[in-house]
Design a binder for this molecule. Sequence first.
Ligand SMILES: [Zn+2]
Length: 334
Amino acid sequence: MNLEHLKKLLTTFGPSGREEKIRNTIIELIKDHVDGYKVDKVGNLIAWKEGKGENKKRILLDAHMDQIGFVVTHVDKNGFLRVEPVGGILPQVIYGSRLNFDGITGIVGIEKESRESFEKNLKEMSFDNLYVDVMGQASKVPVGTFGIYDSHPVFENNLVASLALDDRVGCEILVECLISDERPYNDLYTLFAVQEEHSLLGAAVGGFEVDPDLAIAVDVTDSADVPKANKRVSMIIGKGPTIKVKDSMSVSNPKVVDFLKKVAEKHDIEYQLEVLPFGGTDAYSLERVKNGIPTAAISIPTRYIHTPSEVCSLNDVEKAITLVRAVVNEEVVL
Ligand SMILES: [Zn+2]
């Protein structure tokens, strides 16, 4: 893993539907190390490296480059904004915090006309009773302007707290796999997908375009190592990346799951099996395009997903890089 690359990926602006800056950041990191890359009509970045293997297959690694965010829906006559989430954001997570409209700072306030309504609004927090104060800069953030959390990465004890670990850690894993000097055994295609958080659009279009023999979505998953975490979740931080068996939107192809387990065991890479009782990833889109791409997912256990401070282990990210590198160098038998 490269910490400078990770920091750059975590701090580049790119809410769903507005991925231009993060796409350019990734292109800068990879362009001198790949056989080719293209930006498709929806804004996906697809980069590839030809394999050297005699029995090579085409492997697609996917990570979504968009992050959750906000879009301005209304600006009142005094310059206060109303916003709508882009992707899954709870209103409770943003009250009192700062947002970043690509350089313009907003503070999230709540309506409180009377003591009674203030208490009611706190209890029933919603985007209807929250507003955003941009300190006199309303003319720069008209309706349709996109924003993200205003937060920054903190590194401690091999853990990182940051906005957008979902899914910039996935992007970092793909970047490090691509820029390795080694020529892969299989043909390696990487898809830095748009709009996962909004509609899983990018993976559907990119998967159709690449038409691989198998696909692996690399993303974050829940972590059950905090007080009163979900009792039905087993994944925890620091015990290696997870090989997904199922989430609420897709069941991983069992042959791809077995292949990933085999590669991890052969190379002594610590991993966990993942069943997530909620959520979904780009795997949902990948497995239903063309004639059904055999798809699974590799995830990084992460605390506080979709908040301004998601937390994961750098050791897990490192092991995931080792795992995907081993996967692209292994003869695929499904
Ligand atoms: Zn997400």
